[in-house]
Design a binder for this molecule. Sequence first.
Ligand SMILES: Nc1ncnc2c1ncn2[C@@H]1O[C@H](COP(=O)(O)OP(=O)(O)OP(=O)(O)O)[C@@H](O)[C@H]1O
Ligand SMILES: Nc1ncnc2c1ncn2[C@@H]1O[C@H](COP(=O)(O)OP(=O)(O)OP(=O)(O)O)[C@@H](O)[C@H]1O
Ligand SMILES: [Mg+2]
Ligand SMILES: [Mg+2]
Lengths: 465, 465
Amino acid sequence: VEVFEEISPADFFYRNRDIAGFTNPSRAIYSTIRELVENSLDACEIHKILPDVYIRLLKESDSSGEPNKYRIRVEDNGSGLPSDIVPLAFGQVLFGSKYKLRQTRGTFGLGGKMAVLYGQITTHSETKIISSNGKSKIFEFHLMMDIKNNKPEILKKETYHNNSKWHGTIIEFLTEADYTRAKAKILEYLKQTAIVAPYANITFVDPKGRFYKFDRFTTTMPRPSIETTPHPHGVDVETIKRLVGITKVKNMKDFMREHFQRVGETTAIKFLDFSKVDQKRNPLDITPEEIVLLVNGMKNYNAFLPPDASCLSPLGEESLKTGIQKEFNPEFIAVHQRKPSAYSGFPFIIEAGVAYGGNIPRTGNILLYRFANKIPLLFDEASDVSWKVIHNMVNWRHYKISADDPLAVFTHICSLKIPYKTVGKEFIADRPEVEREILNAIREVARHLSIYLSRKNFIEKERKR
Amino acid sequence: VEVFEEISPADFFYRNRDIAGFTNPSRAIYSTIRELVENSLDACEIHKILPDVYIRLLKESDSSGEPNKYRIRVEDNGSGLPSDIVPLAFGQVLFGSKYKLRQTRGTFGLGGKMAVLYGQITTHSETKIISSNGKSKIFEFHLMMDIKNNKPEILKKETYHNNSKWHGTIIEFLTEADYTRAKAKILEYLKQTAIVAPYANITFVDPKGRFYKFDRFTTTMPRPSIETTPHPHGVDVETIKRLVGITKVKNMKDFMREHFQRVGETTAIKFLDFSKVDQKRNPLDITPEEIVLLVNGMKNYNAFLPPDASCLSPLGEESLKTGIQKEFNPEFIAVHQRKPSAYSGFPFIIEAGVAYGGNIPRTGNILLYRFANKIPLLFDEASDVSWKVIHNMVNWRHYKISADDPLAVFTHICSLKIPYKTVGKEFIADRPEVEREILNAIREVARHLSIYLSRKNFIEKERKR
Ligand SMILES: Nc1ncnc2c1ncn2[C@@H]1O[C@H](COP(=O)(O)OP(=O)(O)OP(=O)(O)O)[C@@H](O)[C@H]1O
Ligand SMILES: Nc1ncnc2c1ncn2[C@@H]1O[C@H](COP(=O)(O)OP(=O)(O)OP(=O)(O)O)[C@@H](O)[C@H]1O
Ligand SMILES: [Mg+2]
Ligand SMILES: [Mg+2]
């Protein structure tokens, strides 16, 4: 006879931690560091704080036969967290502040907890979190995760006076790690993070005591992303039901104007007319049938303004160019930021770059650097839409570029929702709109490179004569 | 100021339904059908019932402007469900009977709910489920999902007399679908399912009223998979804690024998000695340090018997060969079942096949058919470990096989846990042990094909002289 059970989301991601990027001690330490660093950068940028992020990985000498026990510590000068929030933020899966319609690195309410969970199931030790919002108190928590019930167990709580008005968060715990295997990827991740966050100070102290410092080379931060309202094209029955549940307006015309971006008086009236929904109707009275009329109308009405991308925070052509220059010192760089586009009602912006020569090695392959919401993506390249575009869709010979050239291609997508294929955030789905935009961006920078290369070729030929 | 929230697992998979395979109306109807069919086949096989699965997709004429509204109905003669379970099975995400250590198609406690959810958010209509375990009653439920709170809302419940002692489950609901786009994939999925489940009757009635019948061509079912205990190599601190929480034994020697597969008296004593844990200790008294000693000991002790694969249910070489023969009528087939292997304490068996000629088209590419726990995988081929093996690791020229040959390769993995990379179950991670086994299986069948081709070549040359 079958036995039925329910499991908590913590239990689900414990059992399926490989799907979240915590497959083995080598991949897990990479994922741990990237999840914590991304949390720190979000916490700084959202509050317009120039980020200082400090990462330390120490080998823990050990009598228990655990050959690979490490202590990880990540410190930032971000916004800090309120004391009632800290245990939930780091101890309850599917809890966080990034469930809004806003561009952030974080999106699932899971990453920090996965790092804590993996440390706990490999070393049976607690996690220490110290945090302050810069006001009068600093809070220190020692906690473990109750995985079965998806809630934190608070083992200890201390409160200190915040004399220096420090603000930020420190998280520290023991975890099994294979640093030797993961080292190259970790350093590559930090290096690429520095390219797309040139205003951040990042320091990494590795188990051998070596300092890796990525100092900021600008104090200018791009405009921060802001929260926005949904676009009609991204709407389904559930969205409408929830809006009806919280709305304070008294008629459908105001409902459209209040809850959707770029819908003014005229658009609201015309749209409701098109959808055969009475504009005077009280949202609280609308029937299931009318909800479906609304949703279908929103899909089919083609006179909405496109999604507003001013809520996004792209890298900027200058910033991307400077980051590439600093890291690779190429003889030629071209960068390009596409006009905003959208998929499923979510605005997005593609930025691309191409770099030639300098420190870029000839590998017989085009080097691809992928970024999404300022996160470097280092795994599963061949499954990513950028890879597909570069290898299957761009006709490099048309640009007189061959695979032997010392060539690096950079792609960045920023959006309210990145179409990741997995919760491990390593590769992006080939949504038609995203694919098309990446293709056009690559073609644009390839065109510039092509002009440079033929001019260079011409000059060399002239010199030989 | 940041706003923090928790979301339910239903809300999480609603927001991220693309990750579960419900990206758009074309992909969603494919995923809907495959999730429901996989549930039906599991429900039959677990109870040794010869499966009869009936799928009907009807176009729903509609005044609401929804051009793509369909009614999906899937019927099986499986075990049915108890009345208190039906609402949870189809209305609560992360609920199911497949959280055990047993080979089943289902694994996440999510698939059926995603189908229900997608139908609900696109058509705002209820789901009807009729089920009986063959005893005296048939239950009919009409329900919707409360996505925010992850629980079913029961709109209606009826009970009927089960005069014919029918057993099985019927699920029916409205959903937005793009059948035109999805049709080829849906038919391919059913066709491939019939190859690996040759004992199943599958009938599909499409919106145009066309019948697609895949009749069973055997009444012999392979031995069903059975539930088993964990292997020491698959253990972490959380596993041990939970076992300690439920164990009834009084000492650690019996704890090892009771809760782990293939651990007898001698192995238990030797292992506990190796790990420096007292065999007389009461499990309820062991300390966190001792738990870590146990876990590390289990990783490092190399005298455990390998994981027991008798709990698995492979296809069988004969059955795979017959299925390939029936579908492709090739001039040559070779199949091979590898000896069992294991990754992370999970036993698995790889079966591979190669087919040449007959109805296999020459496409300039090797046709790859992938299966996992008897599920056909039709998407994201290039991200799958089998693709990687076939394209990057097998030296086909060594076997005198070229990409122009009319060649099809089949790979099947069965395991207690399939290393899927996503909850959408479409491609498998390149775990080293799995990759190695697939490579060796392919080499074996390629070798047989190579012998056949050179013999055929020789005969042709002889004939010409
Ligand atoms: N260093 C930090 N400083 C301030 N707040 C933090 C920090 N780390 C985590 N948080 C808070 O804890 C929440 C949960 O973090 P977690 O990494 O688990 O999820 P997330 O970042 O929201 O999403 P994702 O799973 O995509 O990373 C965050 O949303 C944020 O509000
Ligand atoms: N046709 C059916 N007959 C009998 N039981 C069923 C049927 N469909 C679903 N169930 C029950 O409902 C549970 C939930 O199904 P659901 O598809 O949501 O998850 P799952 O099959 O366990 O895992 P997965 O998400 O991998 O499919 C199943 O575990 C099974 O017990
Ligand atoms: Mg995070
Ligand atoms: Mg299922």
